[in-house]
Design a protein around this ligand. Structure first.
Ligand code: URA
Length: 239
C-alpha cells in the first residue's frame, strides 16, 4: 500500500505545484479509476489506482511497468544478442522503461504471450517454481495423438531432467490424413523447451508452438509484434 493525498500524488508526478494541483482537482480535471474527483482530501494508492489529468494517465516517476508482448517467431527472448540476432527487446519500449526485462522465456520460434516488467520482485515471484501459474500452449504437431499419449502427457512424462508435473492436454483438431494435429497443453512448470520435449517424449515433433495465456491473462486481439501495458488489476491478478 502506497497511499497519499491526490494533490501530493499529482505534484510528485510533475503535473504542477501542490497548490496548483488542488485547483486542478477542484476544477474537475482529475479522475481516479475513471471517476472525476473534486474532493481535495481524496487518498489514492499509487500501486493500484489509475489517476488521470485531462484524461491522460499520470504516473509517479519510478513506478513499475508490466506489459505483455505477442512475440512473433524468429526473436530471441533477450534484451541483446552479441551475434546480432533479432531480440524481443526491439519490440518493446525498452529505452523508455529502464530495467525492463522479460519474465521467463519463449524459444526463438515460439510465438505468443511474453510478459515484461521493471518490477524485480514481481518477476521473481512469477518465476519461482512455487508460484504455479498455468501457461496454456497450442502446438501443431506431426501425427495424431493416441488417447494413451494424451493421458501420459496429463499424468507426467519422463524427460532427461525428471518427470513432468500433472498437466492438461486436449486434442483440438487432427488433419483428415492424420499427418498433423493441434494440441493444447497447459503446464505450470517452466523448464527449458518443456512443451517441445514433452510432445517429443510421446513421439510427436512440434511444428509450431504458441503461448495463448499465462494465468488469467490472454493475448486478446493483440497482433503479433505488438505489446500493451497491463492494468493495475491485471498485475494484481498475476500476483
Ligand atoms: N515450451 C517450449 O518447448 N518452448 C517454449 O518456448 C515454451 C515452452
Amino acid at each position: 500500500m502506497d497511499e497519499m493525498r491526490l494533490q501530493k500524488f499529482l505534484s510528485r508526478a510533475g503535473v504542477a505545484s501542490r497548490r496548483k494541483c488542488e485547483e486542478l482537482i477542484a476544477q474537475g480535471r482529475v479522475s481516479v479509476n475513471g471517476r472525476v474527483v473534486t474532493e481535495l482530501g481524496t487518498k489514492v494508492d499509487a500501486s493500484r489506482d489509475v489517476v488521470a489529468f485531462d484524461g491522460a494517465e499520470v504516473r509517479l516517476p519510478g513506478g513499475s511497468v508490466t506489459m505483455m508482448l505477442n512475440k512473433p517467431a524468429g526473436y530471441l527472448t533477450a534484451m541483446s544478442d552479441e551475434r546480432g540476432g533479432r531480440v524481443v527487446a526491439e519490440l518493446v519500449p525498452a529505452a523508455e522503461h529502464p530495467g525492463l526485462f522479460p519474465v521467463g522465456r519463449l524459444d526463438r520460434d515460439t510465438t505468443g504471450l511474453l510478459l515484461f516488467t521493471t518490477d524485480g520482485e514481481l518477476g521473481n515471484l512469477l518465476l519461482h517454481p512455487s508460484h504455479n501459474v498455468d501457461k496454456r500452449y497450442v502446438a501443431e504437431v506431426r501425427g495424431a495423438l493416441s488417447e494413451a499419449e494424451r493421458r501420459a502427457l496429463e499424468e507426467g512424462v519422463m524427460l532427461d531432467d525428471g518427470m513432468t508435473a500433472p498437466a492438461r492436454c486436449e486434442v483440438l483438431s487432427v488433419l483428415p490424413d492424420g499427418s498433423r494435429s493441434a494440441v493444447a497443453l497447459t503446464i505450470h512448470e517452466g523448464r527449458k523447451r518443456q512443451v517441445r520435449r514433452m510432445l517429443a517424449a510421446v513421439g510427436h515433433d512440434v511444428v509450431s508452438l504458441h503461448r495463448e495465456s499465462v494465468g488469467a491473462l490472454t493475448l486478446g486481439d493483440l497482433a503479433p509484434g505488438e505489446w500493451r501495458e497491463l492494468s493495475p488489476d491485471e498485475v494484481a491478478l498475476l500476483r
